[in-house]
Design a protein around this ligand. Structure first.
Ligand code: ZN
Length: 342
């Protein structure tokens, strides 16, 4: 049975609303310095690269505490480069230069994440952002694994992410042009092999197995929140059909949810994925820091115009998904009928 959501504006009104919001946000961006627009997020990514040698060296230590610090440094840096770095790069939010955006996307997605830049851009930017919560297109269904029960999915499945990511990339290489496929394969291989090589030669791991286990541990350090956040922010909210999808401003205000600020995740995933996801879906080329800066403007605007501004805590979403797992993650989501928003 379709659920219902009401909205205040019709087609033309929706476009005017979006333009009004864009004008307000553009004013904030225009008044911001380069450091605020790009510098701060670039510095976080640079720092994540610069601490890598210290992280690998800590793993040489016999002292358990120093070893654990090494694991945390490498794990958090891995997620900062692969989630925050890849996400901002694919959106072109790191720099205004198209050429550099492409180079950064290839570096963060292929070398660091072991995935293909082409599929990351297509799946995330074109489909998920272009058709947010539209069934069969950008409905987050790639995150559904109906075969798994709720506990296996929420607690164990995240550990598979570092293993599945390069395997899915390999499977998708055949859909790429031969030149692109060769580049992706080479860079993914280079990223994985250099991680392994550093563990054997800098961290002095004695066996292949222990080095591979360490790769798995650091690459899955924040896999749980990564998987959870990806489902918490869209699934369970209104879903649309391609024919009756609402105008952009309604699509984003109805179909996207913000979590509160969470320091480790703000750092590693970025504000645009945690507390400013609504702002990010409305203005996807803004950097994490700028999403945070325009957040008061966007939230006040949506509330002023009586549009939804979804917010919930990590704990509340976690409990919701555990208790209504069958309905949210196994069954096909119902389409929300909207009146006057298309
Ligand atoms: Zn995005």
């Amino acid at each position: 049975m379709p659920s219902e959501a009401a909205g205040p504006a019709e087609g033309g009104g929706s476009e005017a609303l979006l333009r009004e919001l864009e004008t307000r946000v553009r004013a904030v961006v225009g008044a911001s310095s380069w450091w605020e627009r790009h510098g701060l997020d670039g510095a976080i990514l640079a720092l994540s690269l610069l601490v890598l040698p210290a992280g690998f060296l800590c793993l040489r230590a016999d002292n358990v505490l120093v070893f654990a610090v090494g694991l945390v440094v490498l794990g958090v840096s891995h997620y900062t480069l692969t989630v925050k770095g890849s996400h901002l790069a694919t959106h072109g939010a790191l720099t205004k230069s198209k050429r550099w955006s492409k180079i950064w996307t290839v570096f963060f997605v292929e070398v660091c994440t072991a995935f293909t830049a082409e599929h990351a851009r297509h799946g995330h930017v074109k489909m998920h952002h272009g058709y947010t919560n539209v069934l069969g297109l950008g409905d987050s269904s790639t995150w559904r694994l109906p075969l798994l029960n709720r506990y296996v999915y929420m607690f164990l499945a995240p550990l598979l992410i570092p293993v599945l990511t390069p395997l899915v990339a390999l499977e998708r290489l055949r859909t790429l042009e031969p030149r692109e496929a060769l580049r992706s394969l080479t860079l993914i291989g280079l990223g994985l092999y250099s991680h392994y090589w550093l563990l054997r030669h800098v961290s002095a791991f004695q066996s292949v197995g222990s080095a591979l286990l360490c790769m798995l541990v650091t690459r899955s350090l924040l896999a749980h929140p990564y998987l959870h956040v990806n489902i918490f922010q869209h699934i369970g909210l209104p879903m649309f059909s391609l024919k009756t999808k609402p105008r952009r401003i309604h699509m984003m205000s109805l179909g996207v949810l913000n979590l509160p600020r969470l320091p480790v995740l703000d750092w590693a995933f970025g504000h645009s994925i945690i507390s400013c996801h609504v702002e990010h879906h409305l203005f996807p080329t803004l950097s994490d820091n700028m999403c945070l800066k325009v957040k008061p403007v966007v939230s006040q605007f949506l509330k002023e115009k009586q549009l939804p501004y979804n917010e919930d805590s990590y704990g509340a979403r976690f409990r919701l998904f555990l208790s209504r797992y069958e309905e949210l993650m196994v069954q096909a989501p119902p389409i929300t009928e909207l009146v006057g928003l298309q």
